[in-house]
Design a protein around this ligand. Sequence first.
Ligand code: ATP
Length: 363
Amino acid sequence: MAQIELKQVAKKFGDVYAVQPMDLTIQDGEFVALLGPSGCGKTTTLRMISGLEAVSSGQILIDGQDVTWNHPSARDIAFVFQFFALYPHMTVRQNIAFTLEAQKVPKAQVEKRVFDVARLLQIEHLLRLRPKALSGGDRQRVTLARALVRHPKAFLMDEPLGALDADFRATMRAEIKRLHLAQHATTVYVTHDQIEAMAMSDRIVIMSNARVQQIGTPAQVYYDPANLFVARFIGSPGMNLVKGRYTNGMVQLPGANQLPLPERWQAAIANQLSSEDVVLGFRPEAAKISADGVLNTQVYASALHGAYAMLHLALDGEKGETMTHVRAAKNTIYPIGTPLRFDLDPQMVRFFDPKTELALTLA
Ligand code: ATP
């Protein structure tokens, strides 16, 4: 398996950047997702790694070797596409064996490798069938088998589950993760589905507008978003982001609310804010409803999400312009208009500079 390194890799179509210069090192055996909204440059990045798209500038290294100008076939990496690109006139066995046979791998070895990969993906019983006899999920397993059987240095996957329905997606997500854990194959996985990225990846590269916004573990991008884009984009709903002003150790929030600044943030705020304006960020589970809570709100709406309730609480009461999402126990559904107080877990509070949109960091 392989380490993949991108050094200031960029792609321009005409005068427009599809990918701004980016640095990324994917470790041997690592599973990295490229995540972001449509058009942010994920697929272009993947295609540059594969060699299907030439870089406009920068270098790509595989295991320390510069492959920037190598042909895709000379990079020894397998591309798994979204569509079920199987040969309809061949059986499943022939589809899986095809590349090995083209490479003149000895027959006995082809048989063994096809059988091993079929067993891994639990498709042995399908080997004699043609693709049209298979379900969508089984076809996707065959697509994966065909990539796996080559023992490539790395896998590149572009929304491989995009065409599947929700149930199959969940099954195949688990399948790909299981395969990754079994084989430790370096994998770069493009998706616009954050649940997929969070569930499968060691690290996530979050992109927007052709730029890398943050590279981090699922926990880092969730709890410590680097900027307002990541804070909004990750999580469902995204992080609560409330505009305020910082004065005298207090953050003044809508509805005459005041949040005493947690001690560990005092120096950071004083040193890093470019003005008094600040954005307070917290996840719905950072709030604890309590009769003497420091923040005073009014229930705007509440909904049962099964295992818990999601409350929409307005910090500015009747006006209802500054809404926060707060997670509460499932039996806490309140009538609209109920006054409610909550406290914030000081460990889970974050701050952003509204001018730079960047998260403030603790020393
Ligand atoms: P999606 O999830 O919709 O596939 P993406 O994040 O993968 O989006 P890309 O397909 O990498 O985004 O596209 C990035 C930008 O580059 C888009 O604005 C797209 O229109 C543009 N682009 C991609 N390929 C070409 C091309 N061959 N010629 C011109 N522009 C292109």
